[in-house]
Design a protein around this ligand. Structure first.
Ligand code: SF4
Ligand code: SF4
Length: 81
């Protein structure tokens, strides 16, 4: 999963781009639900939020490394429920 750092300026550009509805406004900055973020696997070749963020504050979450297969399984779990 990806994560949003405290450099976020709350511009709301990323939220509507997420195909999994994983992004929402948090208490202080926007947040990504790691249970819903597939790094866009299953939908797009590139993480859509990263493409649009004007301040480039959406890196991979180092605490949640996932393989492509794991991300694909998450995608299938999300879309089948
Ligand atoms: Fe949503 Fe894709 Fe960004 Fe994950 S990488 S938060 S699935 S837009
Ligand atoms: Fe924050 Fe970047 Fe999303 Fe804007 S696009 S709300 S700066 S994470």
């Amino acid at each position: 999963a990806l994560m949003i750092t405290d450099e976020c300026i709350n511009c709301d550009v990323c939220e509507p781009e997420c195909p999994n509805d994983a992004i929402s406004p948090g208490e202080e900055i926007y947040v990504i639900d790691p249970n819903l973020c597939t790094e866009c696997v299953g939908h797009y070749d590139e993480p859509q939020c990263q493409q649009v963020c004007p301040v480039d504050c959406i890196p991979l979450d180092p605490e949640r490394p996932e393989t492509h297969d794991q991300l694909m399984e998450k995608y299938q779990r999300i879309t089948s429920s």
